[in-house]
Design a protein around this ligand. Sequence first.
Ligand SMILES: Cc1cc2nc3c(=O)[nH]c(=O)nc-3n(C[C@H](O)[C@H](O)[C@H](O)COP(=O)(O)O)c2cc1C
Length: 197
Amino acid sequence: MLEDIVKASRSYRRFHEEKPIEPETLKGLVDLARLSPSAANLQPLKYIISADPELNARIFPILAWAGYLKDWPGPAKGERPSAYIVILGDTEITRNFGCDHGIAAQSIMLGAAEKGLGGCMIGSIDRQKLREALHIPDRYEILLVLALGYPKERVMLEEVPQDGDIRYYRDPEGVHHVPKRRLDDIMLARQSEYTIK
Ligand SMILES: Cc1cc2nc3c(=O)[nH]c(=O)nc-3n(C[C@H](O)[C@H](O)[C@H](O)COP(=O)(O)O)c2cc1C
């Protein structure tokens, strides 16, 4: 069921780094992105995959992990992603990528969840460093990095508490908790302050 896959597709940040992901698997995930909607059907996105420990080690320090977990510097050695997919925008096709990369990223993450993989979309990237590390020509805008691996942590969804705090947190057992707003709180048409005339 799609609902099950959407629920399983959480942001994971600790992985069984020793378990590799085949480049062919990554290519299959990119193929899901290829088939996804694109504004004006321009299809301006390009991809770089990394499933190689040496290349992964170059990408890892360029990314920022879990901004709300102030005393956690990111995944330790042995718990880092086994692979990455870098999503680029080809400025020779357009300079406005709209939400194409978000749609592509979610297709990839849902496909990954279906395969028992997990990962995290990373927007907090030192773009200049990544450009240098991967020799990315100026023609390509760096949009998102998807970190992927076999999850080594539990993630639980819960309701946003009364005080409205949406920050995720990790409990003493290491379980990662993600508050989500209630459906009724995001459905404006069902609230008294918004009425359809
Ligand atoms: C566009 C985008 C950028 C994100 N960038 C980062 C990031 O730089 N670092 C990080 O640790 N998580 C990042 N995340 C993951 C979010 O923190 C995560 O989606 C949120 O905490 C909700 O958790 P969930 O994905 O399990 O629902 C990003 C998510 C999105 C959609």
